[in-house]
Design a protein. Structure first.
Length: 244
């Protein structure tokens, strides 16, 4: 029955949190929720990491092949957007790509900490033993990826490797978008770098793939179906262009 089970499994969405072969069919984790007082629904539990990765990649597909220069035309002594709405759509998609990529990694780090794991943290010359809920709330993502997960899962730290360099690019871009500066809200020339210029120049940077690669550092090839199935077979959105 293995071939039939493989066929059944292949038909299911790659973003399930847990679905696999069981007996002669498939089994999955199910969530039950109320829509109203008397209306109740059941559905397969999704992986939050997969949902955020999928959302990030959808946004990336909208902008990755754009030549930003084609979104502008010559006017008097400079160049202005052909369509400001399209330009703002571009910025929106870029920000979504970055923020969802980073959020996917945060979700992954928290869910990967074993329930019974305890972490000894050194803060202000004081040693504190933290349980999983406290680790999730009080330890930043850098430390989780560099120290917590390697200790919890018995793997090496990714720090110093290519995946870590890519993660730092993602984190830097996410922080730049989330924590906007005064320069981003005031008129200025190209001599003062703003987040908008950074976005226009970095459209081809696959931050969603960087997040996925970092997750793979902690996983075996068979441990998470949602990780293996990335990029997911979802409907590709219309691409943003500079056309009116």
């Amino acid at each position: 029955m293995t071939d039939r089970q493989d066929e059944l499994l292949a038909k299911h969405d790659g973003r399930y949190y847990a679905i696999d072969k069981f007996n002669t069919g498939l089994a999955l984790l199910v969530k039950t929720e109320k829509l109203g007082k008397r209306d109740q629904v059941d559905f397969g539990l999704p992986s939050s990491s997969a949902l955020f990765l999928s959302a990030a990649r959808r946004s990336f597909l909208q902008i990755k092949d754009i030549d930003p220069s084609l979104m502008f035309y010559e006017w008097q002594n400079g160049r202005i957007p052909i369509n400001h709405s399209k330009l703002f759509d571009y910025f929106e998609a870029f920000a979504s790509h970055v923020v969802f990529s980073f959020t996917a990694l945060e979700a992954f780090a928290n869910e990967s900490i074993p329930t019974d794991f305890e972490y000894q943290s050194e803060k202000k010359c004081k040693s504190i033993v933290l349980a999983k809920p406290d680790i999730e709330r009080n330890i930043n993502l850098d430390e989780k990826l560099h120290l917590v997960l390697p200790r919890a899962l018995g793997v090496t730290t990714p720090k110093g490797k290519k995946s870590w360099q890519q993660y730092k690019l993602l984190k830097g871009m996410r922080d730049r978008i989330i924590h906007l500066k005064t320069i981003d809200r005031t008129p200025s020339g190209p001599e003062k770098e703003s987040v908008w210029g950074i976005m226009l120049r970095a459209h081809g940077e696959p931050f969603c793939d960087y997040a996925h690669a970092m997750m793979g550092h902690y996983l075996t090839t068979s441990s998470r179906r949602w990780h293996r199935e990335y990029p997911y077979r979802t409907v590709e959105p219309d691409k943003i262009s500079g056309d009116q």
